[in-house]
Design a protein around this ligand. Structure first.
Ligand code: TTP
Ligand code: MN
Ligand code: MN
Ligand code: MN
Length: 403
């Protein structure tokens, strides 16, 4: 009938790793509401509810057009009673009353502020809130002894809570590539995390480092970190040797040489290119310094860069650098495909891949390996494509893993 409103009915597979989720989200109002509920659940130590809301949000993110009516949602997976209630509220009233009141609640605001400090997790924040600490000012005056990470987090709070741009990520990539090339020629640096998925902003920058010859990567992390430290690039770093052993997953197998993953959580001191920033804002003409560095506006010369950032900045408002969270991971080439897949995200996409592997394929997937529980053997892969194939999944490129 002509007057019948045609509404698309969507068909969506239930695991996020079976779907393509680009950054072109047509339902941001709905997904923002659901993501906030997920975040609040995670911050409140309710991980199960958190995952449920994340899955619901991910289904909405994967839809090709904006949802306008509840009838369009019939048959969609992962939408529980609670999520449906929130969606209905948003569709009917423009906003969810539950989400709006949560955003205004003292508890949520305090959790956000305190977990916004690098090194502070949900449990620590909740404990402080129970002691009446709701603000950074109260935290500073509480007399609590903060660990090294938390001290750095508090000191660089504003910088670390400001999003990292793609240009900043590229500037850091150049620095990391130069350092890696100088300490181990032939080693390869791969940008992972959100930026590999095509995001234009991120909360940090993630890198995976490997070398085409197995074993050459041993000892690489400490050399890279020492070099970065000696050049004044690091405001904070904590390196953990990974204790992963293949035999942890499957005691029946002989232990192998897979206990080499190393990871460095760091805070970089990134030189701010003032003229370039001004140019981006369309305010000032190019100065000679920028001409000397070339058009990219990115700092490439190590010496000038380290001199520049080691110059005592003095006045806060002219601070010529900013703090940026950077994660570095080193993997042996034999695990590289698993490591790239595991560090590209999104977090929900990763979780769904592992759930698919376990529940649908009787396999165990990690950032190190894929184990077939029925064949009782590890499945090798040298590319992400091969891992998807082992899992009987259609290959989803990084830009479509934004679940
Ligand atoms: P994040 O850097 O936390 O997230 P992101 O890059 O997707 O987004 P953002 O812009 O907020 O930074 O994590 C990147 C990926 O790394 C994510 O898929 C989870 C994965 N990862 C860890 O965070 N820790 C680990 O120990 C492993 C193995 C993977
Ligand atoms: Mn990241
Ligand atoms: Mn994040
Ligand atoms: Mn990260």
């Amino acid at each position: 009938q002509a007057d019948e409103v045609e509404v698309a009915v969507f068909s969506v597979p239930s695991y996020a790793c079976q779907r393509r989720t680009s950054l072109d989200n047509r339902n941001t109002v709905l997904t923002d509401a659901l993501s906030l509920l997920a975040e609040n659940a995670e911050l409140s130590d309710q991980d199960g509810r958190g995952v449920a809301f994340r899955r619901a949000a991910a289904v909405m993110k994967s839809l090709p057009e904006p949802v306008t009516s509840m009838t369009q949602l019939r048959g969609l997976p992962c939408l529980g009673e609670h999520s449906l209630r929130v969606i209905r509220d948003v569709l009917e009233n423009g906003a969810s009353r539950e989400v709006e009141s949560m955003k205004q609640s003292k508890q949520y605001k305090a959790l956000k502020v305190l977990t916004g400090v690098f090194g502070v997790g949900a449990k620590t924040a909740a404990r402080w809130i129970r002691e009446g600490i709701h603000t950074l000012h109260q935290l500073r005056n509480s007399g609590h002894t903060l660990n090294r990470a938390q001290q750095a987090g508090l000191e660089h709070y504003d910088d670390l809570n400001q999003q990292v741009s793609k240009a900043e990520a590229e500037a850091i990539q150049q620095i990391v590539e130069e350092v890696v090339a100088s300490v181990l020629p032939g080693a390869k640096v791969t940008l992972t995390g959100g930026f590999r998925r095509g995001k234009l902003m991120g909360h940090d920058v993630d890198f995976l480092i490997t070398h085409p010859e197995e074993g050459k990567e041993v000892g690489l992390m400490s050399k890279v970190v020492s070099w970065l430290e000696s050049q004044g690039f690091l405001l904070y770093q904590k390196t953990t040797r990974n204790s992963y052993l293949v035999s942890d997953d499957s005691p029946a197998l002989p232990p192998s040489n897979m206990d080499r993953f190393e990871r460095c959580l760091s805070i970089f001191k990134l030189a701010q290119d003032q003229p370039h920033r001004a140019k981006q804002l369309g305010a000032l003409p190019l100065d000679t310094a920028e001409h000397r560095r070339g058009d990219s506006g990115l700092q490439t010369d190590q010496d000038s860069c380290s001199q520049r950032i080691q110059t005592p900045g003095g006045q806060e408002d002219t601070k010529p650098w900013r703090a940026v969270r950077v994660d570095l991971v080193v993997s042996p080439i034999s695990q590289f495909a698993f490591a790239v897949l595991g560090w590209t995200g999104s977090k929900l996409f990763e979780r769904e891949l592992r759930r698919w592997a376990g529940q649908e394929k009787a396999m165990s997937l990690s950032s190190h390996a894929l184990y077939d529980n029925k064949k009782r053997k590890y499945l090798q892969a040298s590319s992400e494509e091969e891992i998807f194939a082992h899992l009987d999944l259609e290959f989803i490129p990084p830009s479509e893993r934004n679940a």
